[in-house]
Design a protein around this ligand. Structure first.
Ligand code: PMP
Length: 417
C-alpha cells in the first residue's frame, strides 16, 4: 500500500488521458458541465475492456455452468473457472479452492459470520473490530452475537482517524476468537496496519478477517504475505461489474466450515434421507452463479495490471496530496480523517452547510461526490457530524478534476455565505 502520500511524486509515465479514453462514461456532461467523477469509492466506472469482455461472454459463450456436456456450457464453465484462477493470481492465493465468488464484500463477510462464527462461537467468546468499520463489518457480527451469546469488542480510533494500536492490543486476549478489520476505511481513507494486526491476532490465537473492499483497487494485495485467514472484496469498486465479489479463505478453514446456503451446485448427491456436499470452492456457491460478473472481474484485473497497480496508487496518492492541500485552504472546510497513511479518499465538512446541500451544489457543477454517513454511522458519531462529503479518486481522475472540485467548493462557499 502507498506510503505517506504527501511524499509520493507524480509518476511521469502515467498517461491519465489515455486511461480516460478507456472509460466512455467519463465524457458525459452533467448539468451542462463535463462530469467530474469523484465517487469511485462507492462504485468505480468500467473500462471498455471490461464492458467488451462481458459482452463477448454474453454474445458467444453463455449457458449454465458445471452441469452441461454441450459446447456452450463448457465454454461458460471455462470462462467462469478461468476467472477464478485470475482472481487467485491477483491476490496470490495458494489455490482456486480458496476463492469463493460472492455478490460482494457484504455477502462474503456474512458467509464467514454464518458458516464459521455462528458454528464455533459461544457465550464468553469475543469478536474484535475497530471503530472505523463499514456497517458490513459490524452488523453481521452483531447478528452472530445475538445468535451465539458471544460479545463484540470495538478498538478505538483517534481524532485523525487512526487505530489506537495500544488500545487494540489491550482488547485482544484469550477470549478473542476473531479480529475483523478494514484494510482501508471507506469513510476516512485510513490505511490500517494490517500486517501488525494479523501478527498480534495470531499471537493471541485469533483468526483475522480483512475487509479489503477499499484496498484492492489501490494497492497490491498478497493474501499469503499478509497471512490473512479471510479476505473480502467487491468487483464494482475494482472497475468490474456489480453483483460479483470474492471471499478468500484459507483452505483448511473453508474445508472445516459447513455450507451456508443449500441448493444446486453445492451438492454432490441428494436424497431425501441425506445430501452430501460438493468440494471447495463450489460448496459455498449454491445456485447459478454470476458468470458474466466473474468474467468482467477477471477483465478488470487484467486491465489494472496492464496499467500497473503501483502506478495507479502513485497517481492517486499525488491527487490526494493536491486535493488535501487545496481543501485545507478553503475557509470553513474541515477534513475528517487525517491519518498519516491514507488511500485516495477525502472526507470533509463545510461549516454551516449540510453535506447533502453541499453535494447538490457540487452536482450542479458536474462534480459527483458522495454525501452521507457512508455506511459508517459510528464514525460520524465519533467525529460529531451527521454526514460528510467524500471525494474519492480512481485511476482516471486528473489534476484538472481536483481543480474543478476546489472551484466548485469555493462557489458553494459563496452561495452559502
Ligand atoms: N466494506 C467497505 C470498507 C466498503 O467500502 C464497502 C462498500 N462501500 C463494503 C464493505 C460493502 O461492499 P458491497 O456493498 O460491495 O458489498
Amino acid at each position: 500500500m502507498a506510503a505517506n502520500p504527501a511524499r509520493t511524486p507524480t509518476p511521469s509515465t502515467y498517461d491519465v488521458e489515455r486511461v480516460r479514453r478507456d472509460f466512455p462514461i467519463l465524457s458525459t456532461t452533467v448539468n451542462g458541465h463535463p462530469l467530474v467523477y469523484l465517487d469511485s469509492a462507492a462504485s468505480a466506472q468500467r473500462p471498455l475492456q471490461v464492458l467488451r469482455a462481458v459482452e463477448d461472454y454474453e454474445t458467444h459463450s453463455h449457458a449454465n455452468v458445471h452441469r452441461g456436456v454441450h459446447a456452450l456450457s463448457q465454454a461458460a464453465t471455462a470462462a467462469y473457472e478461468g476467472a477464478r484462477e485470475r482472481v487467485r493470481r491477483f491476490i496470490n492465493a495458494g489455490s482456486t479452492r480458496e476463492i469463493i465468488f460472492t455478490r460482494g464484500t457484504t455477502e462474503a463477510i456474512n458467509l464467514v459470520a454464518q458458516a464459521w462464527a455462528r458454528n464455533r462461537l459461544h457465550a464468553g467468546d469475543e469478536i474484535l473490530i475497530t471503530a472505523l468499520e463499514h456497517h458490513a463489518n459490524i452488523v453481521p457480527w452483531q447478528m452472530v452475537c445475538e445468535q451465539t451469546g458471544c460479545t463484540l469488542k470495538v478498538a478505538p480510533i483517534n481524532r485523525r482517524g487512526e487505530l489506537e494500536f495500544e488500545a487494540f492490543l489491550k482488547l485482544l486476549g484469550p477470549r478473542t476468537r476473531l479480529v475483523a478489520v478494514a484494510h482501508v476505511s471507506n469513510a476516512l481513507g485510513t490505511i490500517l496496519p494490517v500486517e501488525r494486526i494479523v501478527a498480534a491476532a495470531h499471537a493471541a490465537g485469533a483468526l483475522v478477517l480483512i475487509d479489503g473492499a477499499q484496498a484492492v483497487p489501490h494497492a497490491r494485495v498478497d493474501v499469503r504475505a499478509l497471512g490473512a485467514d479471510f479476505y473480502t472484496f467487491s468487483g464494482h469498486k475494482l472497475y468490474a461489474p456489480t453483483g460479483i465479489g470474492v471471499l478468500y479463505g484459507r483452505q483448511e478453514l473453508l474445508t472445516a466450515m459447513p455450507p451456508w446456503q443449500g441448493g444446486g451446485d453445492m451438492i454432490l448427491t441428494v436424497s431425501f434421507e441425506k445430501s452430501t456436499y460438493n468440494d471447495l470452492p463450489w460448496k459455498f456457491e449454491a445456485g447459478t452463479p454470476n458468470m458474466s460478473g466473474a468474467v468482467g472481474l477477471a477483465a478488470a484485473m487484467d486491465y489494472i495490471e496492464s496499467l500497473g497497480i503501483d502506478a495507479i496508487a502513485a497517481h492517486e496518492a499525488h491527487l490526494l496530496e493536491l486535493a488535501t492541500a487545496a481543501l485545507t485552504n478553503i475557509p470553513g472546510i474541515e477534513l475528517i480523517g487525517t491519518a498519516a497513511h491514507k488511500a485516495a479518499v477525502l472526507s470533509f465538512t463545510m461549516k454551516g452547510v449540510h453535506a447533502h446541500d453541499l453535494g447538490t451544489i457540487l452536482d450542479s457543477q458536474g462534480v459527483a461526490v458522495r454525501t452521507g454517513h457512508h455506511c459508517a454511522m459510528p464514525v460520524m458519531t465519533f467525529f460529531g457530524v451527521p454526514a460528510t462529503a467524500r471525494a474519492s479518486f480512481g485511476c482516471y481522475n486528473t489534476e484538472g478534476e481536483v481543480a474543478a472540485l476546489v472551484s466548485a467548493l469555493r462557489k458553494a462557499r459563496e452561495v452559502f455565505g
